[in-house]
Ligand binder design. Structure first.
Ligand SMILES: [Zn+2]
Length: 243
């Protein structure tokens, strides 16, 4: 079915509380036993089209791509049921998937997506696939192992310069992690690359918490969680001796 999705753009413009109600409706559609948590909705300047939903302290926090500001209600409804189904590990309704795709794959939205990636992704210098290590693969593994698969996607890339001093960097405004290309080499053990990536992923995770302190990004909490990384000592020693 083609309902000329482009013509829908520009009509929407739902308020955040309207969107909140749409998410509450979608929650009820899941027929869970627990009552619907309170819901917070905001637009976020992701790189490209991206949306996240997570549970924090009993609250549902919804972050929508700001490129969806004018998405019409049916698209928002579809998106709500997709995000909630994923969050609660239920099957995504096919109709919702189709309605969402129809909108997000429209030429207009694809153009916006590309423009946003160009503009906001500028700081990322090279893709995640290195000569030796694939950051996407490592990210997914670490996400499963240490974050229960719940860390929202982050843009990943290798730096162009081979810095020995700065091995990794998390950029909150782009939600991106850059690893120094110096690490993308057979002489560097995988545990070291994983450790540096894990460290930056922890920044990505803890940034979302209320106790995050900009002046002290390596708080006690951070250090404690970092210790849970298997191979922590080995990786730190290697870095101390070799970089
Ligand atoms: Zn750090």
């Amino acid at each position: 079915m083609n309902t000329q999705p482009e013509r829908n753009i520009g009509r929407g413009g739902l308020t955040l509380s309207q969107i909140g109600r749409i998410f509450a409706e979608a929650y009820h559609g899941l027929e869970r036993e627990q009552p619907c948590p309170s819901i917070g909705v905001e637009y976020y300047r992701f790189v490209g089209i991206n949306h996240t939903v997570r549970l924090r302290e009993g609250r549902l926090l919804v972050r929508l791509s700001d490129l969806f500001r004018r998405a019409p209600a049916p698209v928002m409804e579809a998106l709500a049921s997709i995000l909630l189904a994923k969050l609660y590990r239920q099957e995504v309704p096919r109709a919702a998937r189709a309605a969402y795709r129809e909108f997000s794959n429209s030429p207009e939205m694809r153009r916006k997506d590309r423009a946003s990636r160009r503009k906001r992704g500028r700081k990322l210098l090279a893709g995640p696939e290195g000569d030796r290590y694939d950051l996407t693969l490592l990210f997914d593994e670490l996400n499963r192992e240490y974050f229960k698969g719940r860390l929202p996607a982050v843009r990943l890339g290798w730096s162009l310069r081979k810095s020995r001093r700065i091995l990794g960097h998390f950029d909150p405004s782009h939600r991106s992690i850059t690893l120094s290309r110096w690490l993308d080499h057979p002489r560097v053990p995988e545990v070291v690359v994983r450790y540096v990536l894990f460290h930056e992923m922890l920044h990505a995770k803890l940034l979302a918490r209320s106790f995050f302190d900009v002046r002290n990004p390596h708080s006690r909490q951070f250090r404690e969680e970092e210790q849970t990384f298997r191979g922590h000592e080995e990786a730190r020693n290697w870095i101390r001796d070799c970089s």
